[in-house]
Ligand binder design. Sequence first.
Ligand SMILES: NC(=O)c1ccc[n+]([C@@H]2O[C@H](COP(=O)([O-])OP(=O)(O)OC[C@H]3O[C@@H](n4cnc5c(N)ncnc54)[C@H](OP(=O)(O)O)[C@@H]3O)[C@@H](O)[C@H]2O)c1
Length: 235
Amino acid sequence: MTTTDDHAQKPPRKDPWELPDVSGLVVGVLGGTGDQGRGLAYRLARAGQKVIIGSRAAERAAGAAAEIGHGVEGAENAECARRSDIVIVAVPWDGHKALLGSLREDLAGKVVVDCVNPLGFDKKGAYALTPEEGSAAEQAASLLPDSRVTAAFHHLSAVLLQDPAVESIDTDVLVLGEARADTDLVQALAQRITGMRGVFAGRLRNAHQVESLVANLISVNRRYKAHAGLRVTDV
Ligand SMILES: NC(=O)c1ccc[n+]([C@@H]2O[C@H](COP(=O)([O-])OP(=O)(O)OC[C@H]3O[C@@H](n4cnc5c(N)ncnc54)[C@H](OP(=O)(O)O)[C@@H]3O)[C@@H](O)[C@H]2O)c1
């Protein structure tokens, strides 16, 4: 039986849409010279966020940053990680393990946002790979025990992200992670981009389905000649 006293002791349920202000945080993008990284860097910088894109080569990062404009800076991946508060991982699955393994110290204490989709392609189209750790995000968590690893931004179209004529990208961003403070931060970051909403979607052990769903979206895009996104209804 609950009493009035029990109710009095319970803290009020937190409003899930009450998210922190992330406008002053520096966002790094590892592999930021590629389509996905450039697109995210462009959208976030256009929204007023300070962004540093990372590359294996500082001069490639500087070149891409100059092309993006909006105050974006470029740096070698390790420097990008060190100078950023939130670090998005936007490298191909093939390079994921080696890169993150080499950046453990540079990424210590940072909120890491993995958006990597481990996929294979054959003549039937795209299909999901199953990483040994369960997902790319769980691989990141195992390689970066001193970081706050989350996963998000898997289902975005790099074409839409990079197109300056597109004012609003109407889609939900599924955000996964172990700590609410971290997923709240990443949800808030997603919402800096016009049209986007960050929606909490569970712990990292459920990242595999989210990463794999991209294979389905690629099939949608091919059939309908589209840049499909996702909406979660009734929330
Ligand atoms: N493209 C999309 O629409 C999209 C959407 C959602 C999620 N994603 C995910 O985002 C990630 C990046 O996608 P993308 O299309 O932007 O890929 P990408 O252009 O092939 O690669 C991104 C950047 O990663 C760096 N890179 C390449 N191979 C590497 C390696 N072995 N080790 C370390 N860095 C390496 C390169 O930068 P430097 O040579 O300058 O180092 C490259 O410019 C992928 O994991 C993908 O699943 C993509």
